[in-house]
Design a protein around this ligand. Structure first.
Ligand code: SF4
Length: 411
């Protein structure tokens, strides 16, 4: 007989120490320097109870959790809701309940996201959006309303064929389906002017993230990967306005930093577009002698260039998704995969590619096969590492990375 599924909430595990932030999140505004913000970002990311969302709720704010990889977060923002990027539970979350509802051979993010919900860590959210990126995300969306009656749940269907003229009307209609739920959740009607304003804000925010990424590419010694990663991760957890203020304040400081270049291999990180590696693993990559000059982390902040809202902002938003040059495992694009990876190596001026893929992530693993063929043909070195959220031992990864780096530096 099948194990009965746990019902929400099976347990209230809120006794773990939690970071408490002021309702106006002044801890970020008042931070003395960049180091203080990065330290705070790490605490926020490692706290599975979403401290920034709890702080937002203190003044009655509502939040919508967005599963990777892409949700039009400016649309959620235009209703006065806080769009929050969900990235699983990280290395400190014990999986005690989710295993009863999900199979064994699945990526960690699916289990930890469900575990967070079943242990009430997602209680501060009023809604969830799951883009249909793979069967795992589709099944997760199916489980949420069954196990967690209450919050709005939405499955967002994204087009895969970008050649057809039907792609933009299809996606615009999909966004209208989401709009109905956002109206219900926020108590506000859809307002194209509000969406246009949100799109302009997000345009500016993405431009700042692009500056951060460009700095990492051109002067990798000035900003470490872990700093750049935590700064970007914070962007999906804070109100965008506040995150933009932080970027405006600290980007010039990063640019002024004296660069102390070291002997390191410039690598392009590929494959971590959905489930994220642990912070310790992100840290390790540069400790062993790599400069991660480009990566696929947190694609939501770099999906588009600026989007002109035009007469129909919803259709403009849909067209921007369809025409985006993003080429990752959960999205088919007009380019071939082989050409795409070679072009990214060229643009990043990378010496090597590091495939960093979540265990059991089929979309990422399928692309690795195509990418490797193209890299082999051009004799570009690569290494493939797999990770899980609950990994704590990195000795083998360290050894593989060190051997890889030495083989390139001393050849
Ligand atoms: S990690 Fe991969 S398999 Fe898992 S939900 Fe994300 S895209 Fe799907």
């Amino acid at each position: 007989m099948a194990t009965p599924l746990p019902m929400y909430p099976p347990t209230d595990e809120t006794s773990a120490p939690r970071l408490e932030l002021a309702e106006d999140l002044r801890e970020f505004r008042d931070a003395a320097n960049l180091e203080a913000v990065v330290k705070l970002a790490r605490e926020v990311v490692e706290d599975p109870s979403y401290p920034t969302v709890r702080a937002w709720a203190l003044h009655g704010g509502k939040a919508v959790g967005c599963f990777p990889v892409y949700t039009p977060q400016e649309l959620i923002h235009s209703f006065g809701l806080l769009p929050v990027s969900l990235h699983g539970g990280g290395e400190h979350l014990e999986i005690s309940h989710a295993d009863a509802a999900l199979g064994s051979f699945l990526c960690s993010i699916s289990k930890s996201t469900l575990e967070l919900a079943l242990t009430r860590q997602l209680a501060p959210f009023q809604g969830f959006v799951f883009p249909y990126i793979c069967d795992v995300s589709r099944n997760l969306e199916g489980l949420f309303p069954r196990l967690l009656p209450g919050p709005e749940t939405h499955m967002l269907h994204l087009p895969q064929n970008f050649h057809t003229r039907a792609a933009v009307p299809f996606l615009t209609a999909e966004y209208r389906r989401l709009v109905v739920k956002l109206e219900r959740l926020s108590g506000r009607p859809y307002d194209p002017d509000a969406l246009a304003a949100s799109m302009r804000l997000f345009n500016t925010h993405r431009a700042r993230i692009a500056e951060l990424n460009a700095l990492k590419r051109t002067s990798p010694a000035k900003v470490s990967l872990i700093e750049s990663y935590l700064l970007r991760r914070l962007g999906g957890l804070l109100p965008r306005e506040l995150h933009l203020q932080l970027l405006d304040r600290f980007l010039p400081e990063l640019e002024r930093r004296p660069a102390r270049p070291k002997d390191a291999v410039r690598v392009l990180l590929v494959g971590s577009f959905c489930e994220q590696p642990t912070l310790d693993l992100v840290d390790l990559l540069e400790q062993v002698g790599c400069y991660a000059v480009d990566d696929e982390f947190l694609q939501i902040h770099r999906w588009h260039g600026p989007i002109e809202p035009g007469d129909d902002p919803l259709a403009s938003l849909a067209a921007a998704y369809v025409n985006a040059p993003i080429d990752i495992g959960v999205r088919a694009t007009p380019t071939t995969k082989g050409e795409a990876i070679l072009e990214r190596v060229r643009v990043a001026d990378a010496q090597a590619v590091l495939f960093l893929t979540a265990k059991f992530c089929e979309p990422a693993l399928e692309d690795v096969v195509l990418y490797r063929r193209a890299l082999d043909a051009q004799k570009i070195p690569y290494l493939h590492l797999e990770y899980e959220e609950r990994s704590t031992a990195y000795e083998q990864s360290r050894l593989q990375l060190e051997t890889f780096v030495e083989s390139i530096l001393f050849n």
